[in-house]
Design a binder for this molecule. Structure first.
Ligand code: NOJ
Length: 562
């Protein structure tokens, strides 16, 4: 039973609305820590490393999917929402993990994947077997094809991973039959959320995990559940769509999603206090549309992907931060900042490219390679910026080590369906999912007791290993520890941001809860203001009165003697 907020544990979870400024660490179980030596990370591996997370100073962790799955999309293809894949452990391992996390004052969020299941899910198997017009088919989006023989897909929608969005099945009698929609891989059929069975099933799944003690859910593809009535053809070009609100597309951000989340919020509230939370993974624009997910009766958090995707440019960052704070603030929601996750090029590499903006397609050996030193310097500065902003923040495993993307993975080891479905136009996301290094000298950098790793690690991971940084002044892990401690002490997540405009337009400067934050994105050093002392710095300061290029500092009012 969940004991969130035990009085004997130093934890933000004692507060009812702890999520407003929580820092949550994303664990990608397959690549975090392997306890049994098979080269795949697992839940006992996570449990063994929970003291590391508590020591880092985060408030909780979000576990990417560990459910029973053929892993056609790394577990975002769920075959059983109430069981653990044997490669990751057992339900008993989840219980142990939650109990140990609770002892350490860490909240555990799990991933909920409601837009689609695996094609191995019993419901999909039953739908195929039951035939057209059956109640089993009504749980998914099966349609007849166009033309008299049905040989053309029902509409022109494409999969987000590349290729057609529809696949035709063979009916039980052996004839070519209906088509089913999959906005992602062919092995991920979309549910039909107008079907009452689907709604009831997911409410039951929510209860299953809440009863086991989870503190909340990161909701996958939260903007995709409802499709426009009649499934009309997409009439806009990709270029047009890029300039239009997301809901110009008939399968994203349709208004009907909101009643689903309102129902879930009511369900979660029956478990509190403290609050159990919903965090939206919704790639939605403009920000006003995102705010609709975060109205008081809906979700608690939603990732600020405009921040993650913003160029390393002070003016643009300031605009994104202002828009985010203003728009989410208007509905009483916190902003939820994030710089890296398992779907994008790690920020330590992204910010070291010639054009440091969003990179979602991955980087291959033949592509221009990021500048590792530059990327890391900027990544550390970006992290200090993020952790000073009012609101919540999510970290991605390995970023506290300054870990770069693996940009030279051999093509033959790639597992991301994006690689295949894009017909090799995009490398995909494997480069940010490589098992992380714990120990510089051990085989597999200590990821597993045998040294086995499901994806190969590059030799330079040795430099980033946790044990090579532990206790080393100025290391990235020590920077994260210091920043998280100071953020908590100064309650920066609850602060109010006030820009300080006296500095150059290429320098971000703001005050929040008595702390001044300066991030120098210009090409020359920026003067430190008088009367302030440095309490945290993302990199070395060459002199006591200047902030170097691509460096961030937190300042507190200097104490005067006498
Ligand atoms: C978003 C997840 O983060 C991503 O990894 C996955 O491929 C898609 N949703 C489909 O579930």
């Amino acid at each position: 039973m969940l004991r969130l907020g035990r009085p004997d544990v130093k934890s933000v979870l004692r507060e009812r609305d702890w999520w407003r400024d929580a820092v949550i660490y994303q664990v990608y179980p397959r690549s975090f820590a392997d306890s049994d030596g098979d080269g795949t990370g697992d839940l006992p591996g996570v449990t063994a490393r929970l003291p590391y997370l508590a020591d880092l100073g985060v408030d909780g962790l979000w576990l990417s999917p560990f459910y029973r799955s053929p892993l056609a999309d790394a577990g975002y293809d769920v075959a059983d929402y109430r069981d653990v894949d044997p490669r990751f452990g057992t339900l008993a391992d989840v219980d142990t993990l939650i109990a140990r996390a609770d002892d350490l004052g860490l909240a555990v969020l799990v991933d909920l994947v409601p837009n689609h299941s695996s094609d191995q899910h019993p419901w999909f198997q039953a739908a195929v077997a039951a035939g057209p017009g059956s109640p089993e088919r009504a749980r998914y989006l099966f349609r007849d094809g166009r033309r008299a023989t049905g040989e053309l897909p029902p509409n022109n929608w494409r999969s987000g991973f590349g290729g057609p969005g529809w696949t035709r099945i063979t009916e039980p009698d052996g004839r070519p039959g209906q088509w089913y929609l999959h906005l992602f891989d062919v092995h991920q059929p979309d549910f039909d959320w107008t079907c009452p069975d689907v709604r009831a099933e997911f409410e039951s799944v929510l209860r299953f995990w809440l009863d086991r003690g989870v503190a909340g859910f990161r909701v996958d593809v939260a903007h995709g559940l409802i499709k426009a009535p009649g499934l009309p053809d997409l009439t806009r070009t990709p270029e047009e769509l890029a300039t239009l609100p997301t809901h110009a597309s008939p399968f994203w951000d349709q208004d009907g999603v909101h009643e689903v989340y309102a129902a879930w919020r009511r369900l979660l509230e029956s478990y509190g206090p403290p609050d159990r939370v919903l965090c939206a993974e919704a790639w939605v624009s403009p920000p006003e549309r995102m705010a609709r997910y975060l109205r008081p009766e809906e979700m608690h958090q939603g990732f600020a992907f405009d921040f993650l995707g913003c160029r390393w440019d002070a003016t643009q960052l300031r605009m994104v931060i202002d828009a985010e704070l203003h728009t989410m603030g208007a509905v009483g929601a916190p902003s939820t900042w994030v710089l890296s996750n398992h779907d994008v090029v790690r920020h330590a590499s992204r910010l070291g490219t010639a054009d440091p903006g969003p990179v979602t397609g991955g980087i291959r050996a033949g592509d221009p390679q990021p500048d590792r030193a530059l990327g890391l310097r900027r990544a550390r500065a970006a992290t200090l910026l993020m952790l000073a902003l009012p609101g919540a923040a999510y970290l991605y495993q390995g970023e506290e080590l300054g870990l770069p993307e693996h940009t030279r993975l051999p093509d033959e080891v790639r597992e991301d369906p994006v690689w295949v479905r894009s017909e090799h136009a995009h490398a995909g996301r494997d480069g940010c999912r490589v098992p992380i290094p714990w120990s510089a000298q051990a085989p597999g950098f200590g990821f597993s007791p045998t040294g086995a790793t499901w994806l190969p690690q590059p030799p330079e991971f040795a430099e980033y290993a946790a044990d090579a940084q532990d206790g080393v002044p100025g290391s990235t892990v020590e920077l994260y520890r210091a920043a998280l401690r100071l953020r908590r002490e100064h309650r920066l997540g609850r602060g109010r941001l006030a820009w300080v405009s006296a500095m150059s337009s290429e320098v971000l400067a703001f005050d929040t809860y008595g702390v001044r934050v300066i991030v120098n994105l210009s090409s020359e050093t920026a003067a430190l203001p008088d009367g302030w002392s440095v309490i945290c710095q993302s990199g070395p300061l060459e002199s006591a009165d200047a902030v170097p290029v691509d460096t961030a500092v937190w300042l507190a009012p200097a104490r005067t003697c006498g």
